[in-house]
Design a protein around this ligand. Structure first.
Ligand SMILES: [Zn+2]
Ligand SMILES: [Zn+2]
Length: 127
């Protein structure tokens, strides 16, 4: 599956790496993704899914983050530092930072790299 790239606007944005996080106050599944495009764009995306409601009421959201060069480098470094990206119970420094809860009981997630409002976001539109 590919998505629309926020830089070149072509449907060539791909998810290249994924780190899975623990569920939180609202979301049952949380995945933070490294997204890259052949045009050179590199950013992050967060996929969240809620399955607690009735089966036909499953909700999810998928947002991208236009990370600064510094944030992007830090994000890749954090992914490299984790020995098991698929294990949400992993206790590496990267998982500990992203699985930390804020005062609303939500996962810090990508905010460990990009605090709220520190970079533009974009909708992940599949093509
Ligand atoms: Zn692109
Ligand atoms: Zn880890």
């Amino acid at each position: 599956m590919s998505f629309q790239c926020p830089a070149c606007l072509k449907p060539t944005l791909r998810i290249s790496r994924v780190i899975h996080l623990l569920s939180d106050a609202l979301w049952d599944e949380i995945a933070v993704q490294l997204v890259t495009c052949e045009c050179g764009f590199s950013g992050a995306a967060v996929y969240e899914e809620e399955r607690r409601g009735r089966l036909d009421e499953e909700t999810s959201r998928h947002y991208g983050y236009k990370l600064s060069a510094e944030q992007s480098a830090q994000f890749k470094e954090m992914l490299d530092a984790c020995p098991n990206l698929n294990d949400e119970n992993c206790e590496c420094p990267t998982h500990l930072a992203m699985n930390a809860s804020d005062d609303m009981d939500f996962r810090i997630g990508i905010r460990a790299v990009a605090p709220r409002g520190s970079c533009p976001t974009f909708p992940m539109k599949s093509s």
